[in-house]
Design a binder for this molecule. Structure first.
Ligand code: UD1
Length: 421
């Protein structure tokens, strides 16, 4: 397994291009299953989770063609089976996103249950309850979800809890259902809006994306030909590089970004002492060589502070001036990075879903292990400011969500190397 070697202490300076959003690309690739005509998807990030999704679709018999600009053409007219095996689903929970489209268009699906995950139990009960309410016959046996339906029927769904992929799965199922579906307490994440825009471009009728109530008027088929859709920029990748610059006292300009989607994060970075300038599709952060001040955050569904940025802010608080209180309300076990940070000298106390982080002037390098995607980002950030050489193991987690991270950080002046195994 590859490792990352990082020698800390360099302020990050320069320009970067932000990649397409992983969490939009995954549902949109699954959503392409709904289309009778081939669709082309652009600005797709080059990530391990995308390769897994392509493998998943490919095994169903879907034709995928990647052109020289990395646009992906998806043609699901040749689909032969409706099966998502455990070996793929266990490496990427978002595979569950094929359930709604398969059931809605083909009337059946067999998808492995995702199972446990480092950051919490992450059940899919709300996905299943919603599909059952739309008339699907769902059985869970031998670790697989077996779902069949004649044609799903639109209905009113009130989600117990805000769920991003749950909202997306049900939106895709409703797109071809008979009649109107209303999803209340829907997730408002920008990636949900991106999926709705994609489906609408194919001919779906989804209204209200970005609000807590989605209304989807089912259509007979999605068959508008020759469609091209560009994935929106990744707000979490953007936030991660901004934190990297803030922690190292640097200055970065991020292009192909969407600052309007990062309000909650920018408020906290400004509170930490960063000077931030934004345009429509770029964002610049200048720390003027200063050490950041601690900030307190509480994660919650969009538009509040994203749980996917929590680990990065723990890293920043670890070397900031003062004490920051970080409360995680979305996932029950998302502090796996804290123990590794403590091995680098961080002063962090955990009390149930809260981390109390007392900043120290510098961390010390140590061999550490990545446990999940955002935890690995936290360790990379810590390595950038630690004294000595940090070695991060199990970096396959980071390759799931960050395109060419070592190349992008090197471009900004970091001393970082991938050591292939
Ligand atoms: C998505 C994102 C992930 C992000 C998370 C929260 C993708 C591919 N992944 O994950 O990066 O961290 O949103 O912003 O978009 N829940 C249930 N029952 C369900 C579904 C969810 O109880 O059926 C709970 C979960 O355990 C969790 C909470 O709801 O506590 C939110 O999870 P959810 O929004 O579903 O996360 P994902 O969609 O898996």
């Amino acid at each position: 397994m590859d490792k990352l070697h990082i020698t800390g202490g360099k302020p990050l300076c320069g320009e970067l291009r932000i990649s397409g959003a992983k969490n939009a690309a995954l549902p949109i690739l699954a959503g392409a299953l709904l289309s009778e005509a081939p669709v082309t998807i652009g600005n797709v990030p080059h990530l391990h989770d995308i390769t897994t999704t392509m493998e998943l679709l490919g095994r169903m018999g879907v034709q995928l063609v990647v052109d020289e600009k990395l646009n992906i053409e998806v043609d699901s007219s040749s689909i032969q089976n409706f099966y998502a095996p455990y070996e793929l689903v266990k490496t990427m929970r978002a595979s569950i996103l094929v359930l709604g489209p398969l059931l809605s268009r083909f009337g059946r699906a067999e998808v492995s249950l995702p199972g446990g995950c480092a950051i919490g139990t992450r059940p899919v009960n709300l996905h299943l309850q919603g599909l059952a309410a739309m008339g699907a016959d769902i059985n869970v046996r031998n670790g697989y979800i077996h779902a069949v339906a004649k044609r799903l029927k639109g209905c009113r769904l009130v989600l117990d809890q805000v769920t991003v992929t749950g909202t997306e799965n049900l939106m895709m199922a409703a797109a071809l259902a008979e009649g109107k579906t209303v999803i209340e307490n829907a997730a408002r994440e920008p990636e949900v809006i991106d999926l709705a825009n994609f489906l609408n471009q194919l001919g779906a009728q989804v209204r209200g994306a970005g609000t807590g109530i989605l209304e989807i008027e089912g259509v007979e088929s999605l068959d508008r030909p020759g469609r091209h859709y560009n994935i929106l920029p990744d707000r979490i990748e953007t936030g991660t590089y901004l934190v990297a610059a803030a922690m190292t006292g640097g200055r970065v300009k991020l292009k192909n970004a969407r600052p309007a989607l990062l309000d909650a994060v920018l408020v906290k970075l400004r509170a930490a002492g960063a000077e931030i300038r934004v345009g429509e599709n770029w964002i610049e952060l200048d720390m003027h060589g200063r050490r950041p001040c601690s900030v307190s955050i509480r994660t919650a569904p969009y538009p509040a502070f994203p749980t996917d940025m929590q680990a990065q802010f723990i890293a920043m608080n670890a070397i900031a001036e003062g004490v920051g209180i970080i409360t995680e309300t979305v996932f029950e076990n998302r502090f796996m990075h804290v123990q590794e940070m403590q091995r680098m000298g961080a002063d962090i106390k955990l009390e149930s879903n809260t981390a109390i982080v007392k900043g120290i002037p510098w961390l010390t390098a140590a061999p550490v292990m990545a446990t999940d995607l955002r935890a690995s980002a936290c360790l990379v950030l810590a390595g950038l400011v630690a004294e000595g050489k940090t070695v991060i193991e199990r970096i396959y987690h980071i390759d799931r969500g960050y395109e060419c991270i070592e190349e992008k950080l090197s471009q900004l002046g970091a001393e970082i190397r991938r050591i292939p195994h």
